[in-house]
Design a binder for this molecule. Structure first.
Ligand code: TLP
Length: 350
């Protein structure tokens, strides 16, 4: 039985072509700034995102943390969504290591920050208050369903941030998915932010790495924090070579993942008891399953060779490089065969 792994786009394996460029990468010590391949990736990423400079980091989590630390001072407040990845899944690093206060505001169903709550969260200058240091957005928004913030959504936040002289950071782990879904160059979306992290190790298919982009001065500061966080990686050109390959060859193909997510969603929507939550905009498909204990559903799916996660009271499927149309069709068929067992299973307390 073929295993269809829909747990995350982080499970992608490098293609033979990607492995070849990694093996042949020209290398140096990147802590000395001497790895030519890392330097080339950073220049390429900065140019693509319309920023002055970029920094290869170990992960999205490290990129976001280095960004928050570089933007803020200890005791500052960071305004971000209640459903943001940074708040929920990054180990509380910004508070634990940076002394930052996470000021969470409501996300709407599309991943936007509630504008009333965001306005109210911005502190006026007063000796009693912590300073507001940063606004953080997420594009695409993971827990909201891989939803896309448009240039208009971002421009509205930029306006507000400018009124209060605040920087904006975008957790753009999947910002290329947003750009591909909107048919715009990624720089159109990143133009509204002071800094952006994007992940090489998700839909772009690299084994490791993320890139943080921003002004030259900001990246110099973030580079110090990267070192502090243990992210000085020496001959990291092996990884950067994969990143260069991905930026050149793996961005446009994200549209196939979006298409496969739609095909999965259409199939799932026809199965009684399954409700899309919400219909997918990019490569994440969230759905609820009536009559099932979700942990039991995940277990049964895994027994039938479909791997997925239960995220926030829903099931998440992620389409990615290595998952073809036939795989999502097969995954839907396996759900169909598993579904009828749901109600009795739950009654039995399994
Ligand atoms: N997300 C992972 C899990 O941590 C949930 C996934 O499978 O989706 N920002 C966003 C929006 C993310 O979705 C992720 C990873 C990160 C940041 C962190 O990236 P890494 O895993 O490279 O630290």
């Amino acid at each position: 039985m073929k295993i269809i792994d829909l747990r995350s786009d982080t499970v992608t394996l490098p293609s033979p072509e990607m492995r070849k460029v990694m093996a042949n990468a020209e290398l140096g010590d990147d802590v000395f700034g001497e790895d030519p391949t890392v330097n080339r990736l950073q220049e390429m990423a900065a140019e693509l995102l319309g920023k002055e400079a970029a920094l290869l980091v170990t992960s999205g989590t490290q990129g976001n943390l280095a960004a928050l630390l570089a933007h803020c001072r200890r005791g500052d407040e960071v305004i971000l969504g209640k459903l943001s990845h940074t708040l929920n899944f990054e180990v509380g690093g910004a508070s634990a290591l940076g002394g930052l206060i996470m000021k969470a505001v409501r996300n709407d169903s599309n991943g936007r920050l509630d504008s009333g709550e965001m306005r109210a969260a911005i502190r006026p200058p007063d000796d009693h208050f912590a300073r507001t240091g940063l606004i953080c957005l997420e594009n695409t928004h993971n827990l909201c369903g891989g939803t896309v913030l448009t240039a208009e959504d971002l421009a509205a936040v930029r306006d507000l941030a400018d009124q209060h002289d605040l920087p904006i950071h975008i957790d753009g782990a999947r910002v290329f998915n947003a750009a591909v879904a909107l048919h715009v160059p990624v720089s159109r979306l990143t133009a509204f932010a002071d800094s952006v992290t994007f992940c090489l190790s998700k839909g772009l298919g690299c084994p490791v790495g993320s890139v943080l982009c921003g002004s030259r001065e900001f990246i110099a500061e973030a580079r110090r924090y990267r070192k502090m966080l243990g992210g000085g990686m020496r001959q990291a050109g092996v990884l950067a070579a994969a990143g260069i390959y991905a930026l050149e060859n793996m961005v446009e193909r994200l549209a196939e993942d979006h298409q496969n997510a739609r095909i999965a969603a259409e199939g799932l929507a026809e199965i009684p008891g399954i409700t899309l939550a919400p219909p997918p905009q990019t490569n994440l498909v969230y759905f609820t399953v009536e009559g099932w204990d979700l942990a039991a559903f995940v277990r049964r799916m895994s027994e039938s060779g479909v791997l997925c996660f239960d995220e926030g009271g829903r099931i998440r499927w992620v389409t990615h490089f290595g998952i073809e149309r036939a795989d999502v069709e097969e995954a839907v068929a396996r759900v169909q065969s598993v579904m009828p067992a749901g109600l009795p299973l739950r009654r039995a307390g399994v």
